[in-house]
Ligand binder design. Structure first.
Ligand SMILES: NC(=O)c1ccc[n+]([C@@H]2O[C@H](COP(=O)([O-])OP(=O)(O)OC[C@H]3O[C@@H](n4cnc5c(N)ncnc54)[C@H](OP(=O)(O)O)[C@@H]3O)[C@@H](O)[C@H]2O)c1
Length: 267
């Protein structure tokens, strides 16, 4: 049995992980979610597949995360093989603004930065530290952060996209912190990876790149990196490639920040 826990598993990529992994009865899959209100399809899946466990928690609340870890521990016998930090959103509506548009809007800038730091750095660090004892006792010993090309300096330099300031800073910040976790925990055999999922057809992608004018602009920018990209990848396809990369994670490539294929191919 391989045990997996995925945060933000009600929809999009997180749900794609649960769907893919639970199709194999040799996997034990934990969906860590904040609310059942958007979890209809997840609950339906859990009704059909006994290896799906839904755990409602609060990703910013250490006490609740401790309770969630205890529930997982009880079901697995005290261990967790793979922890996937997937929960996320593009942040406040100010995500459309480039840095200088915040001149005179300092309060909005503070919100743009703080909300994204909370979502992309503090929360994943709380989750990792809450589940660390279980990962230590797991066989796989893997911790994966679902990042974004927005957090990659070279991607941003080449595409020239100036918006999603706080989100990009949050993802970039957590990328380096994942490398720090990897450095600290390597002697225990724990491996970390920051992985961008690609451009994936989810609610979040629709929110950020769905509007026709924005989509045209983004496609033009993305073509500077990859002239073949035509649009978002279906969730199942994106998740299958991500899982291949997670399964290929070793001590040698631990701590890296990569795309879904395990290299710098971002789409
Ligand atoms: N889709 C893309 O093209 C793309 C590209 C780059 C990176 N990503 C990253 O991939 C990850 C998943 O994105 P997605 O596209 O699948 O998004 P999505 O379809 O909007 O799903 C987001 C998931 O995260 C949960 N979530 C969001 N904010 C949360 C919070 N503050 N606390 C707890 N749960 C929270 C949502 O729960 P609720 O249902 O309760 O809202 C939902 O389950 C994110 O980290 C995102 O930054 C996506």
């Amino acid at each position: 049995m391989v045990s997996w826990a995925v945060t933000g598993a009600t929809r999009g990529i997180g749900f794609g992980y649960i769907d893919n992994l639970s199709a194999d009865p040799n996997n034990q899959v934990f969906a860590l979610i904040r609310s059942l209100s958007t979890a209809g399809p997840l609950q339906e899946l859990a009704g059909k597949r006994k290896n799906v466990h839904i755990v409602v928690t609060d990703l910013y609340d250490i006490k609740k995360l401790g309770e969630a870890a205890a529930k997982v521990s009880k079901a697995t016998g005290g261990s967790l093989d793979v922890l996937i930090l997937n929960a996320g959103s593009a942040g406040p509506h100010t995500n459309v603004l480039p840095p200088t548009a915040f001149i005179g809007k300092e309060e909005a800038l503070e919100k743009e930065i703080n909300e994204n730091m909370k979502n992309n750095i503090l929360s994943p660090m709380f989750v990792i530290n809450s589940f660390l004892e279980l990962v230590r006792k797991g066989q796989e010993k893997k911790i994966i952060f679902i990042s974004s090309p927005s957090g990659d300096l070279e991607f941003t330099r080449i595409t020239g996209i100036p918006s999603v300031v706080g989100y990009s800073a949050g993802k970039a910040g957590m990328n380096i912190i994942m490398t720090k976790f990897g450095a600290e925990l390597a002697p225990e055999g724990i491996k970390t990876l920051s992985m961008s999922p690609g451009w994936v057809a989810t609610d979040a992608a629709e929110q950020v790149t769905g509007e026709p004018e924005v989509r045209k602009y983004m496609l033009n920018a993305f073509h500077k990196i990859d002239p073949t990209v035509t649009g978002p990848t279906p969730v199942a396809e994106a998740v299958a490639s991500q899982l291949k990369t997670i399964r290929g994670l070793t001590a040698e490539n631990s701590g890296k920040s990569v795309g879904r294929f395990g290299n710098n191919d971002w789409f």
